[in-house]
Design a binder for this molecule. Sequence first.
Ligand code: NAD
Ligand code: DAU
Length: 358
Amino acid sequence: MKTYLVTGGAGFIGSNYIHYMFNKYDNDIKIINVDLLTYAGNLENLKDVENRDNYTFVKADICDKDAISKIFAENDIDRVVHFAAESHVDRSIKNPEVFVQTNVLGTLVMLNCAKAAWDNGDGTFKDGKRFLHVSTDEVYGSLPDGNDYFYETTPYDPHSPYSASKASSDFLVKSYVDTYHFPAVITNCSNNYGPYQFPEKLIPLIINNILSGKKLPVYGDGKNVRDWLYVMDHAKAIDMACEKGRLGEKYNVGGHNEKQNIEIVKIIIDTIAEMLPDTDERKAHINYDLITYVEDRKGHDRRYAIAPDKIKSEIGWEPETMFAEGIKLTIKWYFENTEWMNNVTSGDYQKYYQEMYK
Ligand code: NAD
Ligand code: DAU
């Protein structure tokens, strides 16, 4: 039985990944989830797995070397799947320090603890160990409008403090591969959407605003392009890259689903209007007049688009969920989880929203 140390498993992608893994492997794996439970971490995301005998939650900071070493000392960890990070670009523009702390120094702590635990003492590592570093396409910078793509060979050119911190963490992982032959694989994924995403990100923010009758803030001209991937497809890619990826390699993961932000907002408006019953009084007010163009994000990357050819040809992964289907599944999840949304949007979120969109 393999033991997984998952970092950031109480966040959006981490919690979906844990659901994916238990769904796939059931009792054949053990998962230890280490998460600091920042504003983005939420144990409600994991309610249906919390009583499993093969699941453990540890509240700890990945920057805390003693806490992380203790987990390695007490468990024979086979896989590290490293999600924990500060993940929101707008917050990184306002407060970059915590991004360097968690994303760079936290990754260094994870690498050092895994390296120490897996070291045979003769410059080699124990057989079969793997460290999967979850990264982003934002490290590649911005593409002009057109049909160029990000490849694994595209030079890094990050623009925001968030993407610069993720690029630094990728380089640290690469340096451990190159220097120590450390058994790591990196995945660089495009924008995810799906259940449990915190409503600071475009798709859940728009869904929540529509359902609560608020304006829909679109940055700049609304024509920035993102390549959207359903989160469960990402979870599958991570599992496959972890098991079948060549050590020391990086793999781009993307949905082949480029859309302008304004298209996304209009699709969500149309889909919610279609899905709400006629008896719902909110329906009459759901239309494009809710869209409000607001000041652009500083340093806003124009376009992201992933070429996922390498992961397809080497590992056999492909995106499976069409956007039309994924967005309905997502909206349905938010319809059915109003209590989750109410809980995460009370308190600090209100302060964040006022400050961000004033
Ligand atoms: P998220 O913000 O929803 O979750 C991050 C999780 O990390 C939270 O549970 C939080 O509590 C935890 N965390 C933060 N700081 C920590 C610390 N110091 N110690 C321990 N835990 C800590 O993020 P997400 O959207 O799920 O992203 C997960 C990973 O995937 C990140 O590394 C991100 O860069 C990467 N990624 C995200 C996307 C996307 O579209 N969301 C796309 C590609 C890659
Ligand atoms: O590409 C992968 C990245 O995708 C991940 O590495 C990040 O962790 C994740 O947050 C996401 O980054 P983005 O900045 O692309 O996602 P966000 O949802 O914040 O914004 C998507 C686009 O929508 C972006 O062009 C900015 C725009 N936007 C966003 C918000 C929150 C708006 O127009 N209005 C908004 O209110």
